[in-house]
Design a binder for this molecule. Structure first.
Ligand code: AMP
Length: 294
């Protein structure tokens, strides 16, 4: 595995590989969710480029940029085991050199959900992903369902700016109890860890209601709220049922697929999770067909 720390090193390594290239962008602190993205990229492509970059542009002033976990040596070992060909771990000044002043803003789909709580977050994400696409020139880039709005924003950006890169959407990897894997789960105390699977239970309860025929977004939202309310350690931020392409909140019954998203603060971290209804769409093929499809 080549470890490129500068853009010049990345470009040289990229120029030396031929065939299809899979790109897996990460902020490090890797877990098995990232590992699944790497495995898909490895299985699909002739070469795999994986990046570790904690992108300051996507953190708000009161967010955890400086406290974000950094475990680069262990992460590089994970990349190596996963068969990554090129690891890119740039310094901030390499990505945002002095004088940098160009950004990418995907207008409507960046506004609700996480974008509503984290102003500027998706501008930071879209900008760095556009740059990584230009730097690594991937055939396919791999993103996790866990950050569903990010998938929608990036697919819109890739289509709108004519990037010749396919976006693969990989289902959320979970603990056995249903808790979605996240770099921030390490901040949960044992009691909070025991409480956190309530998020998945809320999603599955509403998904089962959907399977039984319920189509009213208010009824499905109420079920998720009721399950979440049963857990005193959780403070609900939002419960959303939205169109999986426009991310507009649904207020009338529909047979079209729905994206259910929840954010709950448990202890220090805000935990995010989501599912498509019907639940059978939560596969790579179903997600790629549905979530942010352009
Ligand atoms: P991050 O390092 O948090 O920026 O995540 C890098 C990529 O891994 C993003 O595309 C995430 O959506 C994805 N990811 C994070 N957690 C999971 C998970 N539990 N399952 C699948 N993908 C994930």
């Amino acid at each position: 595995m080549i470890v490129a720390r500068t853009l010049a090193e990345l470009r040289a390594a990229r120029a030396a590989v031929s065939g299809t290239v899979g790109l897996v962008p990460t902020m490090g602190a890797l877990h098995d969710g990232h590992r699944t993205l790497l495995d898909h990229a490895r299985a699909d492509n002739d070469a795999v480029v994986a990046t570790i970059f904690v992108n300051p542009a996507q953190f708000g002033p009161n967010e955890d940029f400086s406290a974000y976990p950094r475990t680069v040596e262990a992460d590089l070992a994970t990349f190596e085991r996963a068969g990554v060909d090129i690891a890119f771990t740039p310094l901030t000044a390499e990505v945002y050199p002095p004088g940098f002043q160009t950004t990418v803003e995907v207008e409507h789909v960046s506004q609700g959900l996480e974008g509503g709580r984290r102003p500027g977050h998706f501008k930071g994400v879209a900008t760095v992903v556009a740059k990584l696409f230009n730097m690594a020139q991937p055939t396919t880039a791999y993103f996790g369902q866990k950050d569903a709005q990010q998938v929608v924003v990036i697919r819109r950006m890739a289509a709108d700016l004519n990037f010749p890169t396919d976006i693969a959407v990989i289902p959320t990897q979970r603990e056995a109890d249903g808790l979605a894997l996240s770099s921030r789960n390490r901040y949960l105390t044992p009691a909070e860890c025991a409480a956190a699977p309530v998020i998945y239970r809320a999603l599955t309860a509403a998904g089962e209601m959907y399977a039984a025929g319920e189509r009213h977004p208010d009824a499905l939202r109420a079920t998720m709220q009721a399950v979440l309310a049963s857990e005193p350690l959780g403070r609900v931020d939002y419960v959303s049922l939205a169109d999986p392409v426009t991310l507009r909140e649904l207020d009338t019954p529909t047979d079209a697929p729905m994206l259910a998203s929840l954010t709950v603060q448990i202890g220090q971290p805000r935990l995010l999770d989501n599912a498509l209804f019907p639940l059978h769409l939560n596969t790579r093929a179903g997600l790629t067909q549905t979530l942010g499809k352009t």
